[in-house]
Design a protein around this ligand. Sequence first.
Ligand SMILES: [Zn+2]
Ligand SMILES: [Zn+2]
Length: 249
Amino acid sequence: MLVRFLGTNGWFDSATGNSICTLIEASDAYVVLDAGNGIHKLGRYIDDSRPVYLFLSHFHLDHIVGLHTIVKLKLPQGLQIFGMEGAGDILKSIIRRPFTVPLGEGPFPVKVLELPRDADKAPFLEGYGFLVHSDPCMGFRFRLDGKTIAYCTDTGICDELIRLGRDADLLIAECSELSGRHSETWPHLNPEDALSVARLCGAKRLALTHFNAHLYDTIEKRKEVEERLKSAFEGLTVAYDDTVIRLQA
Ligand SMILES: [Zn+2]
Ligand SMILES: [Zn+2]
């Protein structure tokens, strides 16, 4: 199973990458995590052999802005979008004319499903819950190809984050803040926070993504994190656009 980082920036696109989007290529499904501008690369990696599920953590624009590009994808099998309660109405209010082609009016069917109501429509979804952020934001836990992957972005440290990441084979966490920085009003993790969360969870591997494009304005700043922390956590991956993690079944 491959985990492919298509976009790894938080907030906006810059020379360091696109806004956040991650693709999990499992044997029975493509699972896409958030729809920042990185989603424009999705067509390179998926075909019509498996269903495609897109999980939206929340509706801050860096997580949904790429939705206006999906009409170019070839998805005869359709796209199932999962989000929190109210996701259908919220997406309809943004992904619409005169801004873009409304969802489902493109060349393939799009279905918006809401949690918890439609949780049984994604049998590999093992858990989900609300994290701590400036607006409601969900984290997810998946069981795919015998591995557990937790995806928790845009959050401060909270119980739900620890619960979702518990014993995960891979915890995909955010790294918006610089070391030593915290914000009470707009909670995010800094590198050391993410590392201590991974330890608390007992996660085997940790991937850092969603680097705030304003704070991590050069790739070198991510490399510094990698250099500083790689010996502190053996399973650490600092993600860049196009980084791939292989999880062996
Ligand atoms: Zn974000
Ligand atoms: Zn956010």
